[in-house]
Design a protein around this ligand. Structure first.
Ligand code: BG6
Length: 489
């Protein structure tokens, strides 16, 4: 069991806290995975006391977990819950936080500070903690947790990093990318490095290209204020998709310790060929959803969403072509694509192999059998599928495609969700599924030329009807005509 701590949540009444953090902590507690003496301290501006906070948390968990919220388990969980009304904008109140942490009933000496706040407030929060000496590891450990996006562009991310490092050492900072907590994303690592058979195939000699797709049918929900400043490139590609790319492309680490894993991911990001200003058009595509139908329901276009500027050219769809200039991957395109209001929820890594050098089993004079694919379903399918050619029964020697499927999800038992897994890592002090400062910076370097080009080119954006797979024009980033999007399994 990890050390007991006080798990302090800044922005504890906000969306992330209500929908992800508190449900994850409750489920961990119910499964007996939290240290006995751990307390959870909510910080917020509201004038609440412990009793009001417990009532609200019970309501939020009820909305989120429905029937799986058990009153007895919640009764135990709620004893861990405390609330302090404080405003990080009021520097003077940091002394109250210090006092609350020092004197809270049975509060352990170790602290997690989870900044469930907009990134623009990270700097203020870090200064606020430091002002009361809450960054110093004298009596126990101190861990600061920040969520993506870590900044809005490269320069901003560098400034933010500098501000965090003024008060906290790198070993105290946990930068969360919740995709790294997903079982199926972690499986990419195991699948590659616990099997010998893929390694000889995993390179430029046999792989034609790699596609990493995240599509969702949801729109921006009630997050217009955030999304208008982010867009799909920052929201998904710079973070989650770039991490998946790193896992697919990295070399085996020297060991399973956090530094070895992160060193290998950074090497991949550093090897990505910079996109020159004049090449942005050929490498990147953006679009925005227009009105359309999803599951037989008419849904509004992005410009008609609440709080969205009617002239907005924020992209809700982005596609990118990247090359990794190293010995393993040189000249193999990696296509990354994400979109809101697409036809289906689907997160998928699709690896297309080259054609055999000789086509003995042509379907027709001109048509060769399709190439091999290896598909790794992240969600909703949790499955690995290899598409291979076998003999078509009947007369003649013709090939047909068949699938070798392997489910990667647990058939039974307790499955940790991404936040549960990552919150446990934070409490245990394990950095291996969190981003290091240089990793974030290199991921920004990849997308920065596109961010710059798109930010000045605000006159026009392609659109696609909600419920489709995005505009056909996105195909322009493909290297060749025989490369096509693989939407789902
Ligand atoms: C978040 C993005 O980081 O990831 C959201 O901000 C996106 O826009 C979400 O919907 C997708 O995560 P998941 O776990 O639902 O696939």
């Amino acid at each position: 069991m990890p050390d007991a701590c006080v798990f302090t949540i800044f922005g504890s009444t906000g969306h992330l806290s209500r929908t992800k953090l508190l449900p994850a902590l409750y489920r961990l507690d119910k499964a007996g995975r939290l240290p006995e003496a751990m307390s959870i301290l909510g910080i917020g501006r509201r004038d609440w006391d412990n009793s009001r906070w417990r009532t609200e948390v019970s309501k939020w968990l009820g909305e989120r977990l429905g029937n799986s919220l058990e009153q007895e388990a919640f009764g135990r969980f709620s004893k861990r819950l405390h609330f302090l009304s404080a405003d990080i904008g009021d520097a003077g109140s940091s002394a109250h936080l210090r006092q609350a942490l020092d004197t809270g009933p049975g509060f352990p000496p170790n602290h997690v500070y989870y900044l469930s706040l907009p990134p623009s407030e990270y700097k203020v929060a870090a200064d606020y903690l430091a002002l009361a000496g809450l960054n110093q590891e004298i009596a126990g450990w101190r861990r600061l947790v920040v969520e993506k996006p870590f900044g809005y562009h490269l320069e901003d991310a560098q400034v933010l990093d500098h501000c965090l490092h003024r008060n906290f050492a790198e070993h105290q900072i946990f930068r969360i990318d919740h995709y790294l907590g997903k079982e199926t994303v972690q499986n990419v690592f195991v699948f590659r490095f616990a099997n010998l058979m893929w390694e000889p195939l995993w390179n430029r000699n046999l792989i034609d290209h790699v596609q990493i797709t995240h599509g969702e049918i949801a729109g921006i929900e009630d997050r217009a204020a955030y999304y208008e400043t982010a867009g799909a490139l920052r929201d998904m590609i710079q973070s989650h998709l770039m991490q998946m790319l790193a896992l697919v492309a990295m070399e085996p680490p020297a060991s399973m310790d956090a530094e070895s894993i992160r060193d290998e991911k950074v090497k991949v990001l550093k090897s990505i060929r910079p996109i020159a200003k004049g090449a942005v058009h050929a490498h990147a595509f953006r679009a925005q959803y227009a009105r359309g139908r999803i599951k037989d329901r008419e849904v509004p276009g992005y410009l008609d969403e609440k709080q969205v500027d009617k002239q907005s050219t924020t992209e809700t769809y982005a596609a990118l072509k990247l090359y990794i200039d190293n010995w393993r991957w040189r000249n193999v395109p990696f296509y990354l694509r994400t979109g809101k209001r697409l036809a289906r929820n689907s997160s998928l890594i699709a690896i297309r192999f080259k054609h055999p050098p000789q086509q003995l089993f042509r379907e027709t004079q001109i048509q060769a059998p399709p190439p091999n694919w290896l598909l790794m379903g992240i969600q909703p399918e949790q499955c690995i599928r290899a598409e291979v050619q076998v003999r078509e029964p009947g007369i003649g020697m013709r090939a047909r495609t068949t699938q070798l499927d392997a489910s990667t999800c647990y058939q039974a038992g307790y499955q940790l969700d991404a936040y549960e897994s990552l919150l446990l890592d934070i409490i245990s002090g394990d950095h291996s599924q969190f981003l290091r400062s240089d990793e974030v910076e290199w991921a920004w370097r990849v997308v920065d030329p596109i961010i710059r080009a798109w930010s000045v080119d605000r006159a026009f954006i392609h659109t696609y009807p909600a419920g489709s797979w995005g505009p056909e024009e996105a195909d322009r980033i493909f290297e060749r005509e025989d490369q096509k999007w693989r939407h789902s399994f």
